[in-house]
Every structure is written in C-alpha cells, then in structure tokens.
Design a protein around this ligand. Structure first.
Ligand code: SAM
Length: 212
C-alpha cells in the first residue's frame, strides 16, 4: 500500500470506518506526514509504528474505532491525552471545532508540532506539554475526551472536566493490556461500557502509572 487512499480503502473494507464523516477525515489527513522517515514505507499499512522515545503512533484501525465511538460534531471541543505524532489530533480537528492535546515528552510535542505544519486543520489545535492525566482545567469543560495511553483508572480530573452529556474514550488496565471504556456523563454521573481488549503504551502521571 503506497497511498493514504489505499489505507482508507482497507479501513472501509474491514468496517473500522463506518461513517462518511470519519472516512472524509481519514482522506484529508495523510498518515505518511506523521511517521519518522525510517518507517515511512509502512505508513499506509494498518499497524502501529515506533515514533521514538519508546512510544508509538497507534494502528489506524484502532484510531478509526475510537473516532467512530466518540461521535464527534463540528462544534465539539475535544481534549486528547497523548499527542504522540499529532496524527490523531489532526483527525480530531477534522471532525470537531477545537482540539487541546497534551503530551508529556517534550521531543514528541515538537515532533507533533512539526508534523502538523502539513495539516490543514492545525489552527484548531493547541499542543500542550505536561501531565495529561490531570487534564487541562483552563479550557474545561470538554464535549469529548480521547485518551490514547493506558491508564490504571479513569482519572477523576478527566471526569470532572467532561461536559454534562459528554463522552470519554479511554483504555484502562495494566501497562501492556487494557480494556477500552466508553464513558458517558449523564446527570453528573458516569456510565461505563467496555468496548473490548486493547494494547496501548502506559499513561505516566499523577493519575497514571507512576514509573517513567
Ligand atoms: N495519539 C498519538 C498519535 O496520534 O500519534 C499516539 C499516542 S501514543 C500511543 C501515547 C502517547 O501518550 C505517547 O506519546 C506518550 O508519551 C503519551 N503519554 C503518556 N502518558 C502521558 C501523560 N500523562 N500525559 C500526556 N501524554 C502522555
């Protein structure tokens, strides 16, 4: 597979992409712009790839699943925890009004910001450096929260910063394997549903795993 379009066709074929909106977002953000040079030949395959510092850009099928579950709207304000390459943040920006994304590794924040220069939605995105497990209070509440690293529990700060009626997608579990939760906030209470088993790099931070 040599083009972004090939990847999108594969994600459609296996029904990871279900909606026209998510399809158009994937067509408008080229994954090849978000991976390091040494793995660029694999950019359009459905697999996670290393981006340095022991971190990864997630498999496109996983990204598609999470974006479909988030049910994004044009006016949504979104918080992402784990900027990584910036790929997911650009897809979120294609589907929403505003994206705040937080990364804890300074070199990856810079990598993402450089990659985003090629993204036509970059004006909608703010890339912050810090511990995303505590969220980002100044811009709260958020309509949607996407966590792209595995947390040991649902961080209470993220629950607080989720708008009434909002949704959070978050992997919860150990440092290698987790369950992907769909968390909805209704009448101030949260409901949790499990989508299935997943494998993300760990969230490190106050409400994350404690080791670095
Ligand atoms: N969404 C990313 C993308 O599109 O490339 C992939 C994210 S990668 C699977 C997970 C990221 O979460 C890593 O870059 C890691 O450094 C970051 N991370 C881990 N704990 C974090 C925390 N407490 N706050 C912010 N970022 C964190």
């Amino acid at each position: 597979m040599v083009r972004n379009e090939d990847l999108v066709n594969e994600l459609l074929r296996w029904k990871y992409i279900k909606s026209e909106r998510v399809k158009n977002a994937f067509l408008s953000v080229d994954r090849g712009d978000f991976v390091p040079d040494d793995v660029r030949p694999q950019a359009y395959y459905d697999e996670p790839l290393p981006i340095g510092y022991n971190q990864t850009i997630s498999a496109p099928s996983m990204v598609a699943i999470m974006l479909e579950l988030l049910d994004l709207h044009d006016e949504d304000k979104v918080l992402e925890i784990g900027t990584g390459s910036g790929y997911n943040a650009c897809l979120l920006a294609a589907l929403s009004g505003r994206v705040i994304t937080i990364e804890r590794i300074p070199q990856l924040r810079k990598f993402a910001q450089d990659n985003m220069k090629k993204c036509k939605y970059r004006e909608k995105i703010t890339v912050l450096l810090g511990d995303g497990s505590v969220g980002y209070e100044p811009e709260a509440p958020y309509d949607k929260i996407l966590v792209t690293c595995g947390a040991p529990e649902i961080p209470p700060a993220l629950v607080e910063q989720l708008r009434e009626g909002g949704r959070m997608i978050i992997p919860v579990g150990g440092t290698f394997f987790q369950e992907l939760y769909i968390v909805d906030k209704v009448n101030g209470e949260i409901t949790k549903r499990v989508w299935g088993d997943v494998a993300f790099v760990p969230m490190i931070g106050k409400y994350g795993h404690r080791w670095a």
